[in-house]
Design a protein around this ligand. Structure first.
Ligand SMILES: [Mn+2]
Length: 433
């Protein structure tokens, strides 16, 4: 039985979190030999969290990295030896296998590790005094105290080095002061690799930290392909659809499964979020069909639910500008110009005037911080299908095909998609002399 983590990208938006949850759910039904655990490798924005909270699910836990840890190699006690037991009680264990350390309990509490060195040292000492061992001690009487310990979250390499420096053959492993297992030198012979499925992204640079040490066993995505080289053939489903959740829904269908009501709402949430309630030009017929089927399974009015989701996102005034810009900010390099494009969704652009200076200042800071030449922020009103673009000072501004509302602020009626509509114009603008 193996563990396979399913993770989205580092900016955990709704499509990313919902597709990880959905695909892990499907795979747990399909594959009884492994356990699929959905995780997220970034922190949720307040609005994303509040939308996930009304879904009635366990929100995927945060995992900062996928580097192998002590917990991935530690052993659990197969034999229960009590501290009060006579030393002869361990003989049966040695008959079966040859452990270098055995966990010892004091009733139900972990007492310590009995190592093979403890036994050898005691035997040698006894034999040096007389040629026959006459008295059998209790296990606890021959155990030497152990000073070092490791935690289950310790990195594999770190755990190995702690054990190498110690004169012990094994160390107890703790999680929050609770004994959870033990490690011996044998555990550290080979670094393990965690298994991961990437959803809603495939580029290692956008993935969970330590991805280079993991086995990628699957990719479910709707972005351009720039994936890591794998050593084994893997399952890839990459399609230019509006949402990864649509692809996950299609995987349910392909495997003759129907999402239940809770799962349907999870997948619908991802689709409506990424396609801006099916209004973004990235929306395909397949997204529309999937969204309608899912809405009927979970019995919600698609449009109403979509609007209620986006109303949680709030307006410009509810957000801290730097956080709002960074939440979804992508960088590109064109003609030697380093460009950053942020996008945030709102339900009204009416207050743009009041907050544009704050957002322009924040955008300037982010530009400097990230070493960019030009940074722009697309603010999209998902209800009225209308965006505004605010830009830092750059010669390309004057080549943008949009009418200015104010200095470095432009009006973009009917523009909803950064990838499909804005990016080509940005690339064109930096190309123009
Ligand atoms: Mn997506």
């Amino acid at each position: 039985m193996g563990i396979i983590y399913v993770t989205g990208h580092r900016n955990p938006d709704l499509d990313s979190v919902c597709s990880a949850y959905g695909y892990a759910g499907l795979m747990n039904m399909q594959d009884g030999d492994n356990t699929y655990i959905p995780v997220r490798c970034g922190h949720l924005s307040e609005s994303t969290r509040s939308i996930l909270e009304q879904l009635d699910i366990d929100i995927p836990e945060y995992e900062g990295d996928i580097y192998p840890k002590v917990k991935d190699v530690m052993l659990n006690a197969e034999h229960l030896i009590d501290a009060e037991d006579p030393l002869t009680a361990v003989a049966a264990i040695y008959e079966k296998n040859n452990p270098s350390a055995i966990p010892v309990y004091d009733k139900d509490e972990f007492y310590g590790l009995l190592t093979v060195d403890d036994i050898t040292n005691w035997t040698m000492r006894e034999l040096s005094q007389s040629s026959k061992i006459t008295k059998i001690p209790k296990v606890k009487d021959i155990m030497t105290p152990q000073e070092e310990e490791v935690t289950s979250e310790e990195l594999f390499d770190e755990g190995r080095s702690i054990l190498q420096k110690s004169d012990k053959r094994g160390l107890a492993v703790y999680d929050d002061d609770r004994y959870v297992g033990f490690v011996t030198r044998r555990c550290f012979l080979k670094s393990p690799r965690n298994n991961v499925i990437l959803v809603d992204h495939n580029e290692p640079g956008q993935s969970i930290r330590g991805i280079e040490t993991a086995n990628i066993v699957g990719i479910i995505d709707h972005h351009r392909l720039d994936a890591i080289k794998t050593s084994q053939p893997i399952f890839i489903c990459s399609e230019p659809l509006g949402s990864t959740c649509t692809i996950v829904y299609q995987q349910f269908i392909r495997n003759n499964r129907t999402p239940d009501s809770v799962m349907a709402k999870v997948l619908l949430t991802g689709i409506l979020s990424d396609t801006l309630i099916l209004k973004s030009p990235t929306t395909t017929g397949e997204d529309t069909v999937a969204a309608h089927v899912l809405a009927s399974i979970c019995r919600v009015d698609l449009e109403e639910y979509g609007l209620s989701m986006f109303s949680r996102v709030g307006g410009l005034k509810d957000r801290e500008p730097r956080a709002a810009i960074s939440a979804d900010f992508k960088t590109y390099s064109e003609n030697g110009v380093k460009i950053g494009i942020g996008q945030c969704e709102v339900t009204t652009l009416n207050d743009l005037n009041d907050y544009s200076t704050e957002y322009l200042d924040a955008l300037d800071e982010i530009k400097t911080l990230k070493g960019l030449d030009w940074a722009v922020l697309m603010i999209t009103d998902v209800i009225h299908e209308h965006s505004a673009l605010i830009c830092t000072e750059h010669r390309a501004n004057k080549h943008l095909p949009y009418s200015p509302i104010d200095k470095n602020i432009y009006d973009m009626p009917n523009v909803m998609s950064r990838k499909k509509q804005l990016l080509p114009e940005i690339i064109h603008a930096v190309g123009d002399k």
